[in-house]
Design a protein around this ligand. Sequence first.
Ligand code: KG4
Ligand code: ZN
Length: 340
Amino acid sequence: MNEIILAIESSCDDTSIAVMHQRKVLANVTANQQIHAEYGGVVPEFASRAHQQNIVPILSKALAVAKIDISQLDAIAFTAGPGLLGSLLVGTSFAKSLSLALNKPLIEVNHMQAHILAHLIENEKDKYPNFPFLCLTVSGGHSQIVKVNSPYDFELIGESLDDAAGEAFDKAGKIMGLEYPAGPIIDKLAQDGNPLAYKFSKPKVADYNYSFSGLKTSILYFLQKQVALNPNFVQENINDLAASIQKTIIDILLDNLTKVAKDLNIKEIAIAGGVSANSGLRKALQEKREILNWEVFIPEMQYCTDNGGMIGIAAYYKYLVQDFADLSTLAQARKPVNAL
Ligand code: KG4
Ligand code: ZN
C-alpha cells in the first residue's frame, strides 16, 4: 500500500491541511486568522468565513509543497469534532465534496485523539512513546489526562471541570490587557520575569481533575487591588506577573499529572495541544524527566497548535483498519476523547 492521505483541520481558528505518506508528513500548511485578536477571543462567525476563504488556497499550497497531484490521493480525512460547529462544517463539507468528486474514501478524525497521535508522526529522532502512555492534552478548549492504550484506545483519566489551561492563559492575559491569544505572549514575557514574584492560590480538586476558573478570579482581584494603589502596576510588573501566572498554571498541570503517573505506574509521559508549545511547561517536564525517571515526549512546535499533520496521522491509523466514514457523517461540536 502507498497511502497518500489528505488531512483537513478546521475546528477552531486555524485552517490547516496536510498531505501524508503513511506516517510521514509531506506538507503541513496552515493559515492563521488574525481577525480575532481585536475581539479578545475567537468570533465563531468570523472563523467559519475565514475558513471558507482559506481552504482552497491552502489545499493548493499543501499539494504543491508535497509535490502530489490531487489524483494521487488515496483518502480524504477531516476533523469531525470537537470544535466550533460552523468551523467544523467548512472542513467537513469540503472533505465530503472532495471524496465524492475524486471517488476516494472519507475518514473522520477526533481532534483530541489527533493532538495525542501527533507523537506518532515520523520524526528525525525516530523516537515515539510506547503504549500505554499518558498524555496531558492542554489546549484552548481542553485540559485532559488521557491513558493511551493504542492508536484506537483512549481512556480519559482526568479533565478540567471549568476553564481549559489555554483559556486560563488567555483570560489572565485579557485581564492584563494583552491581545488574544495571550498564551504565547505570556510565555515570551515570562522569560524575563521572576516566577516567584507573586503567589496565586491553587485549586483543590477531587480525583484527577483540573479547575482553572478560580485562578482567573484571584488574578483579577489581586490586580484590581494593586491598580487601585498604582495605576501603572501591570505595565511596571508585566514580566513578573507573566512569569508567576505561568508558573502557577504549570504547577497545577504537573502536580496532577505526577499523581496520575505515580498511581498508574506509567513513566512514558507526553504533552500535546497548543499549551504544549509553552517553553516553561516544556522545561518543567524535562526537569521531571530527570527527577522521576520519566521518558518524556514533547511535540515539535508545528504539531502543538492545531495542524493538519495531526489529523493526517490519526487518519492513517484509521486507514490501516479501513475505518471509513460515509457522506452522512456529521460534524460534532462536542466529542469525548474516546469517541470514534
Ligand atoms: O490546540 P490549540 O491550537 O487550539 C485548540 O484546540 O484550542 O490551542 C490554542 C491555545 C490558546 O489558548 C493559546 O493561548 C495556547 O494554546 N498557546 C499557548 C502557547 N501557544 C499557544 N499557551 C501558552 N504558551 C504558549 N507558548
Ligand atoms: Zn486543538
